[in-house]
Ligand binder design. Structure first.
Ligand code: SF4
Length: 503
């Protein structure tokens, strides 16, 4: 039986090596904080599809020791027992085997037995390169496999070859690039062992260790205990400043400069940053009027959602090629008429691109201006559609020519609200122009979650309510495009003009 008070898993090692307090708090947390957020689950489920696909690389069908699952819900005792039994039964290729030895535990995507009795280990990555963070996690896995009594001859990363173009059948041997990183991991093992000794000590403490706040609270993601550890950080702290590196902010903080006020009194140069953070509402009437003069009714507010699958789903598609699957639009015939809502969403598992292009052409045909916020993705998608369907080049080029970027007045400082905190991304602009607009009530709350969810729906074996999830995706995109109307309305209000009303 695994001793869950003492055991260190791959994820707890990663957590503890960044901050031992985080490891202690996580181990002693109340049960109701255990589940992964929805977005995390979607990302994990989508990456499981890629791991399943890598099974095709082996001549023998891998023996499935445990279903790939979200780590928090995994029955580790049962998975370790199933792995031990599979090895004793002479299975030579194992999928998702789990190991426990010397109070360390891990699983790994695949193991393949050599004739000599040693094993090759495989980790599947949904990327073309391997980060240092991935190498550190792999070193933990290598060490745990050894502690569990296995001899490892090779340790492979299976990354994605983005030069590969899919023919009718997916060629897994061309899609995956195999790199043996055992020599690198062997070098990383000594420092890893030293960290494990420290973490074991942390787990025996009666109280959480005293650790000051640092960059590790924010990177690679916001620590779940931040609201507790950062209680003493004042509301007007230097961490509110934008366009300043984290390193600089922590340097100020650690030198006793904690608030923006203290920074102003200090020897540090931060004048231009402060003026943006604390500045007043600003409208360049002439500049904004000139920008607005290019917008001609009827107008279409438009937003796309796309995904970049590692596994090319259709003939001629490369890994991570952008595939649009959803657009939402509000069409406004004139300023005094309420906008009408339109959308298109693909049918999962079918190539959505042609239908997407045709519906887009239809919705854009009778408008004079197409309003998009920072239209890099939209233009990239349309250019991809032109390459794929050259017969629609004229119509699609016209769409590109009608696109007007609503971010321009904000980027050019023709329209500024202090709540934007000096930034022009939609994430910062939308709450500043419309505080009531929030995504909390939606099941899908970010573009990333939307693309992961659509990828899951494209899996033959998914267990989601497809109709409901497609509606959820449309609702998310609708909220995005509603935000575009609010940004446009903010410009109109600033110029004292009538706004677009939904009533
Ligand atoms: S918020 Fe920072 S200090 Fe607190 S546990 Fe997390 S990483 Fe550690």
């Amino acid at each position: 039986m695994i001793d869950f008070k003492k055991v260190i898993s791959r994820s707890s090692y990663g957590r503890g090596s960044r901050c031992s307090k985080s490891l202690w708090l996580h181990r002693n947390r109340s049960k109701n904080t255990r589940s992964l957020p929805n977005e995390g689950k979607l990302i994990k489920l989508a990456s499981n599809q890629l791991v399943d696909a890598a099974a095709q690389l082996f001549q023998t069908e891998p023996f499935l020791c445990a279903r790939l699952s979200l780590e928090e819900n995994k029955d580790w005792d049962a998975s370790v027992a199933a792995t031990t039994a599979a090895i004793e039964n002479g299975e030579t290729v194992l999928a998702n085997p789990s190991f426990y030895g010397n109070d360390l535990m891990c699983d790994i995507h695949y193991l393949q037995k050599n004739k000599s009795g040693s094993w090759k280990a495989f980790i599947v990555k949904s990327s073309t390169k391997v980060s240092d963070n991935s190498k550190e996690k792999a070193t933990f896995q290598l060490h745990t496999l050894k502690e569990s009594g296995l001899k490892i001859s090779h340790f492979y990363f299976l990354t994605i070859n983005n030069k590969y173009k899919r023919a009718e059948k997916l060629d897994h041997h061309q899609l995956f690039k195999k790199t043996d990183i055992l020599p690198t991991l062997n070098k990383l093992e000594a420092p890893l062992k030293a960290t494990i000794i420290k973490l074991r000590k942390t787990l025996t403490l009666e109280q959480a260790p005293e650790i000051p706040i640092g960059e590790y609270c924010l990177s690679p993601y916001n620590c779940e205990f931040k609201s507790n550890c950062w209680k003493h950080v004042p509301k007007d702290s230097v961490f509110n400043l934008r366009r300043v590196s984290r390193e600089t902010k922590f340097k100020w903080w650690n030198n006793g400069i904690q608030t923006i006020n203290e920074l102003q009194q200090s020897k540090y140069e931060a004048g231009s940053l402060l003026s943006e953070t604390q500045g007043e509402k600003y409208v360049d009437q002439l500049g904004l009027t000139e920008f607005m003069s290019h917008i001609k009714f009827p107008v279409l507010f438009l937003d796309f959602e796309a995904y970049l699958p590692a596994l090319p789903p259709f003939i001629g598609v490369k890994p991570f090629q952008i595939i649009p699957f959803l657009f939402a639009a509000y069409k406004c015939e004139s300023i005094d008429q309420p906008p009408s809502f339109h959308s298109f969403i693909g049918t999962p598992k079918k190539d959505p691109r042609k239908q997407f292009a045709l519906h887009l052409i239809e919705k854009c045909s009778n408008v004079n201006s197409i309003l998009v916020y920072d239209p890099m993705t939209e233009k990239k998608v349309i250019r991809g559609l032109i390459r794929e369907f050259p017969e629609y080049v004229v119509e699609l080029e016209i769409i590109i020519s009608k696109i007007i970027d609503l971010a321009i007045p904000i980027r050019n400082k023709q329209f500024y609200l202090p709540a934007m905190k000096g930034l022009s991304s939609m994430k910062h602009v939308l709450p500043a122009v419309d505080a009531s607009n929030n995504y909390n009530s939606l099941s899908v709350q970010s573009g990333r979650a939307a693309s992961q969810l659509y990828q899951i729906l494209c899996d033959e074996h998914h267990d989601r309510n497809e109709e409901q999830e497609l509606d959820n995706l449309i609702e998310y995109c609708k909220m995005d495009v509603y935000g575009l109307v609010q940004v446009y309305n903010a410009f109109l209000k600033a110029l004292g003009r009538p706004i677009v009303s939904f009533n």
